[in-house]
Design a protein around this ligand. Sequence first.
Ligand code: ADP
Length: 510
Amino acid sequence: MDAKTGRLAFDRMAYLDAVLQTMPDAVAIIDSDHRLVELNPAGLAMVGVSSLDDIPDRSLVAPESLSAFQKHFLETISGNGEVAAPVRIEINNLAGVRRIVECRMARLENLDGGVAGVVMIARDISAGVERERRLSDDESLIHAILDTVPDAMVVIDDAGLITSFSKAAERLFGYLEEKVLGCNVSLLMPSPSREAHEGYLRRYLQTGEKRIIGIGRVVEGQRSDGTVFPMELSVGEAHAGDHRAFTGFIRDLTERVEAEAQLHRVQSDLAHASRLSAVGTLASALAHELNQPLTAVANYVSAGRDMLGDDGDDIEGTREMLREALDEAAGEAVRAGQIVRRLRNFVTKGEVDRQNLSLGSLINDATTLGLVGARENGVQWWIDIDPGIGNVLADRVQIQQVMFNLMRNAVEAMEKSPDKHLTIRARSSGEDQVEISVSDTGPGIAPEVQQTLFQPFTSTKGQGMGLGLSICRTIIEGHGGRLSMEAGDNGGTVFKFTLMRASRGIDDAV
Ligand code: ADP
């Protein structure tokens, strides 16, 4: 200790030397000819040499950084002695590794006040620069990918504000990215989603309950011109530090929905034409089917009229018989009316309308028409419906059409069979489906016909169009079910189809 100042007494040169030896940054003295005169151990390590003499030309700076270095050097020498702002240069590493340093320079004066050169302190920032470069490469790669992906992508933060809007999103929604950045994403939605979106986001952030994240969903979007269009939206979530981002990939479904609607129209027209033609071929059997109750009505009514002319003593007995005859007549008239009503419903061309229907009554209605004339042809039938079968979600006319086709095919197939047994069965199939089967004791279906059975124009009948089964399959698949055929145990054929139970399909998720 220095007794007078109380400070630690030390050799200042030794101190300077210790600093230079231990400093992690490179410290160099460069003379006015740009030649290295001194370099501390960190500097030597940075260049990859053990002595200053190993450095060719005593020059540190890589050729591409030479002009920046010289400019800074000149400014330092001719400046007012202040340390200039740091400059980033590349240095020659003799092991061939690229080193980027950030260097600060200060003028170094000699003992008589002239300029000796500069002191340069260089910090190796290669790792940081490399990291930055990779990040920006990654970022430009991501941008390049996003700009080329045909799906639009919108990224929002946890407040619902747009933070990125891809080129495809610009094209799809008709907004430029710079216009929508920072806007609430509800801008891209029509009402009522527009008003509700903030609530959905808040609920998710509070409860963590995922209603759309990770699940694709068909929703509506709104363009800048106000037009609304169907789109498929898949939302993902990303965490970066304490930031949370939601990415939305959007596919425009306008064309697909239009094409589906068109297909739907064509199919519904075809199904209608097929029903008309089926009923057309049934005309004589139907006339017969209607004739029976009408004849019965006529008979009961004329018997009643005869009873009125009867002046016998037993007025009460006559009255009773008259009531019975009229009851029978009314019952037969109702039966004829039912056939006509079902026929009319069957041939009307309505919109496809899926409803919650009792499967039992659906099957019973379908058999009224499907089995017209079957009894006269010697066909016996059984209808076996599981009592607890419940309801299905279906379009009544379409499912009747399927059953009608299957029953008519079965009846026709059994025309020459000695046993003509038709069984219609309905059973549960798993938790959310029911299975309906139509089995016959006909000759079965030849393997070569089976291969194209459900394709249009497959027919073995002289008058057959071969459209029935292909329409049936389209209808059943449109209902989310499956239609298949298998050989029956007794050589006949079994057609089976499934339908969704009515409790399914209600979707309240957002
Ligand atoms: P179409 O009745 O006009 O021929 P479908 O598509 O309804 O058209 O039937 C295609 C073919 O499938 C029929 O021609 C027939 O050869 C065969 N087929 C359908 N159902 C049966 C069945 N239950 N038994 C035997 N063959 C059948």
